[in-house]
Structures are given as C-alpha cells and as structure tokens.
Write a protein that binds this ligand. Structure first.
Ligand code: AMP
Length: 216
C-alpha cells in the first residue's frame, strides 16, 4: 500500500504516519525530516534549505524531488510507503506521478487531515521533543509527568523546531493554502482522496484513517 498524507503543518501527519508504520509495516518518507537531517549534517542541501525553512517558506521543488527519488530507489520491491509532507506543490504532484510510473508502483490513497488554523498554531508553537528518544510533548496538551524529565527515557534535554514559532507558522500556513491545498482537488478528481477530522484526538484520527483504508 502506498499513501500520501496531506494536511497543514501541525495536522498530525507525522504522528499518524508513525502509527501506520507500526500497524501496516509502511515506511514513512517525510521530506521535512530529510531536510532537517540535511541541515543537522551540514550538507550542501541543508545549507541551502535552513533559512528557507526557518522563514516557513517552501524549498525548491527540485531539491525535495531528488531527496524523495533517492529514498524510493532504496526501498525493497513491494515495500509500501507513506509520503508525509510531499507533494506540496503542483510540480511535486507531477513528480510523484512520474516517479510512481517509473518505479511501476501505484498510489492507493491520499488521506487529508483537516484541522482549524487556530488549533494548528496552538499545537505547533507548544510542541517539543525529547532530545534523546524523540518522544513528543506539548506545553499545554502533554507535559512530561515529572517537570522537565522525559517520561520514556528520563532525559532532561528537549528540542524545539526552529520553525515552530508563530511567525514562521503563519508563513507555513500561507504556503499550505496557496500551494498545497489545491492538490486536494487534483486527488479528489482521481477518486483517491479521503478526508478525516484531524481535530479529533489521536486515537480517533487513527481509527478514521484505518476505516478509510478499508474502503475499496
Ligand atoms: P514539515 O516537517 O513537513 O513541516 O516541513 C518543514 C519545512 O521543510 C517546510 O516548512 C518547508 O520549508 C520544508 N519542506 C518540507 N517538505 C517540503 C516540500 N515537499 N516542498 C518544499 N519544502 C518542503
């Protein structure tokens, strides 16, 4: 099974991709994660992408197309995947089509996570992760049980994404509505789109996604 998760920043794409990875053995291909890894490693791509990402803008299509293409090449035949954060523009949607055709694969579903803007801003500006094990937390919705100590591994260091501030988040939302939301019609017209209520709690969103995967 090959899926695309579509939705604005903070809609829960990463969280739900993680669950699908566990429940269906799919590989998560997140261009955001790939770019952050490139920034952390100080590669040429990372150096170009850093300022663009911090401003909440989209990096050039060719840059992410190459990252995704390389990752798809590495997958075993028959290994299903979830595209998380890609495609984000019409040109990237064309790239997905071309890559799938080239690799003899098909797109099974596009799942849209729908969430109101104000909740997105609140979710994104309050989130942080354990620096050691990556466990996710939130200033308001999910604080560690013991103050400043990870519930899972006991680490006392946490990370916040440099683009998880209100200004960058507003720019990311604008990029989403301008460039990514039009893709919903593209996939709806092809009968691939299933929309779920991303305002619901995590378990409920996961259940909605599971039932949309069962629809023939
Ligand atoms: P994300 O982790 O998906 O929220 O992505 C973080 C940032 O990485 C975005 O705000 C963009 O700057 C960049 N980015 C990630 N995926 C893409 C993409 N498919 N196209 C362009 N820029 C991207």
């Amino acid at each position: 099974m090959n899926l695309i998760l579509l939705g604005p920043p903070g809609a829960g794409k990463g969280t739900q991709a993680q669950r699908l990875l566990e429940s269906h053995g799919l590989v998560q291909l997140s261009t955001g994660d790939m770019l952050r890894a490139a920034v952390a490693a100080g590669t040429a791509v990372g150096k170009k992408a850093k300022a663009i990402m911090d401003a909440g803008d989209l990096v050039p299509d060719e840059m992410v197309a190459e990252l995704i293409s390389d990752r798809l090449d590495e997958l075993d035949e028959g290994q299903g995947f979830i595209l998380d954060g890609f495609p984000r523009t019409a040109a990237q949607a064309d790239t997905v089509d071309a890559l799938l055709t080239e690799k003899g694969r098909q797109l099974d579903r596009v799942i849209e996570l729908k969430v109101d803007d104000e909740l997105l801003v609140e979710r994104v500006t309050g989130r942080f992760t354990c620096a050691n094990c990556g466990q996710g937390y939130h200033d308001k919705f999910k604080r560690p049980k013991e103050e400043a100590k990870c519930d899972v591994c006991g680490c006392t260091e946490f990370n916040r994404r440099s683009d998880d501030n209100e200004e960058a988040m507003r720019a990311r939302l604008e990029a989403y509505y301008d460039q990514t939301a039009p893709l919903l019609d593209h996939y709806r017209a092809r009968g691939k789109l299933h929309s779920v209520d991303g305002m619901a709690d995590m378990e409920d969103v996961a259940r909605q996604i599971e039932s949309s995967l069962r629809i023939a």
